[in-house]
Design a protein around this ligand. Structure first.
Ligand SMILES: Nc1ncnc2c1ncn2[C@@H]1O[C@H](COP(=O)(O)OP(=O)(O)OP(=O)(O)O)[C@@H](O)[C@H]1O
Ligand SMILES: [Mg+2]
Length: 267
């Protein structure tokens, strides 16, 4: 089981879009995948059709030790075969106030027992605070989406420093890669941004580049992954390419592909 945090404290760089479509991509390729929504904005939670939600990640992380729920009570099947989700709740805001060592390891403790999954992806909130610390303590890898814009690296060095510091407590934490998102090849600023990011991080930059693609923006409104919403789109092609590259970087053999079918239709 591999746990990957999707993180960048800058807002709107494509963390949630990447977490949802990479998670769906891994499931489509036959891997048992869990998407954990660690952001009180709940954007990942809203991107999938879920049965009625009773417990969320907030009840697993927030409160006195005695009253915490087991994470298994907060796992829901999505309509995509092989993809489960732990939804978020506004009370996740309280995770920012958790500063004791025991509290900071709550996410790690909860996730590390879920060995039935091949991958766990954590959609992080846009901040560098205690919530991100919990994600970094729980993870083996970090994937950093960077939007192709005028100051692409703004804040990324602070994130790098936070990751380095977290390694004191989580030695095996590694950067899986930097992912260029919202790329428009007709826009010179995007090309400049890519050059800057490659100049800074070299081979750590994924070969996969996520284009600006309107279908990526509309898919969550239909509660669909990009592969169902617009299978022929550039966004679908880009995220499938990223999924393969992530599997290659993690040196994971291809699993037996599951067909992307809606469970309701299949039953
Ligand atoms: N490649 C893309 N092409 C077009 N729109 C995109 C693309 N990636 C993301 N978006 C849109 O940009 C907005 C921000 O993306 P997203 O929510 O994935 O970013 P985020 O980093 O998770 O934001 P936040 O920091 O607020 O959590 C969303 O409306 C999303 O649909
Ligand atoms: Mg987000």
């Amino acid at each position: 089981m591999k746990i990957v945090a999707i993180a960048n404290q800058k807002g709107g760089v494509g963390k949630t879009t990447t977490a949802c479509n990479l998670a769906a991509g891994l499931a489509v390729k036959g891997f048992r995948t869990l998407l954990v929504d660690l952001d009180q904005q709940r954007n990942a939670t809203h991107s999938f059709e879920l049965p009625e939600v009773e417990a969320t990640l907030a009840e697993v992380l927030v409160g006195s030790k005695k009253e915490l729920k087991d994470i298994r009570d907060a796992i829901y099947e999505t309509h995509i075969v092989g993809l489960d989700l732990v939804p978020a709740n506004i009370r996740l805001a309280l995770v920012e106030k958790q500063l004791t060592v025991g509290e900071q390891y709550r996410l790690k403790d909860a996730l590390s027992k879920l060995t039935e999954y091949d991958f766990i992806l954590i959609d992080c909130p846009p901040s560098l605070g205690a919530t991100l610390t919990q994600a970094l303590l729980a993870s083996h890898h970090v994937l950093v989406p960077i939007a192709a814009e005028y100051y692409p690296l703004e804040g990324v060095m602070d994130l790098d420093e936070t990751i380095e510091e977290t390694k004191r407590a989580n030695e095996s934490l590694k950067i899986l890669g930097y992912l260029m998102t919202r790329y428009d090849k007709r826009n010179g600023i995007c090309k400049e941004a890519l050059d800057k990011v490659k100049g800074m991080y070299g081979d750590l930059v994924f070969e996969a580049i996520i284009s600006t693609n309107v279908s990526l923006q509309t898919a969550p409104a239909y509660k669909k992954s990009i592969y169902e919403h617009a299978p022929e789109s550039k966004g679908s092609e880009n995220y499938l390419f990223l999924t393969d590259e992530v599997l290659e970087r993690l040196e994971v053999e291809e699993a037996r592909p599951l067909k992307l079918v809606e469970k309701k239709e299949a039953s």
